[in-house]
Write a protein that binds this ligand. Structure first.
Ligand code: SAM
Length: 159
């Protein structure tokens, strides 16, 4: 499969999963945590799907399109492993983590700290969506939508 095909599949999977979980998150109190603002495309999508919901976005540096920049109080810059720790206990309804690199060794390092951080950011019943695995005793794996290939994206509920 070409990298273009793979990219299209990843974007389609991301959109389908976010649409599926937003229907549930809409009925739940709690902010949304966007780990990896990047260009801001998924932030923009979440803002459309969950109007009025607080979305706190994190990245090393601001590189988002002008249409997709959070309010200053909801933009947190720096290393997520450090900055997001300050938000533990925020009882998020949704944590969306899009910080995979496509490099196995780098993503393996992320997997050593992201699952525990995610579990601590979520409220009980809250949902996590991630491009890298979220193996953690408090994160119960949920099936992704049928259009999403297995092990491309990970959806979990905080138990
Ligand atoms: N979901 C975004 C979108 O739709 O535009 C794209 C996110 S992009 C794939 C990943 C972003 O995560 C990059 O902007 C990168 O700087 C950021 N990132 C990755 N690991 C990070 C870390 N450990 N701390 C802070 N930012 C990180």
């Amino acid at each position: 499969m070409s990298r273009l095909d793979s990219f299209i599949r990843r974007m389609t999977a991301q959109r389908d999963i976010l649409d599926q979980v937003c229907a549930e998150v809409a009925k739940m109190d709690g902010p949304v945590i966007e780990l990896g603002l990047g260009n801001g495309r998924t932030f923009h999508h979440l803002r459309e799907r969950l109007p009025g919901r607080r979305i706190v976005a994190f990245d090393r540096a601001l590189a988002a399109h002008a249409s997709s920049i959070p309010e200053p109080e909801n933009l947190v810059l720096g290393e997520i492993r450090e900055t997001a720790t300050r938000f533990i206990g925020i009882d998020a309804a949704l944590v969306h983590a899009d910080i995979g690199t496509g490099y196995e060794d780098r993503d393996a390092v992320t997997s050593t700290w992201l699952p525990d951080l995610t579990a601590r950011l979520l409220r009980v019943g809250g949902i996590a969506v991630s491009g890298t695995p979220l193996d953690h005793p408090r994160l119960q794996r949920l099936p992704p939508p049928p259009s999403v290939p297995a092990d491309r994206y990970f959806v979990c509920r905080r138990v």
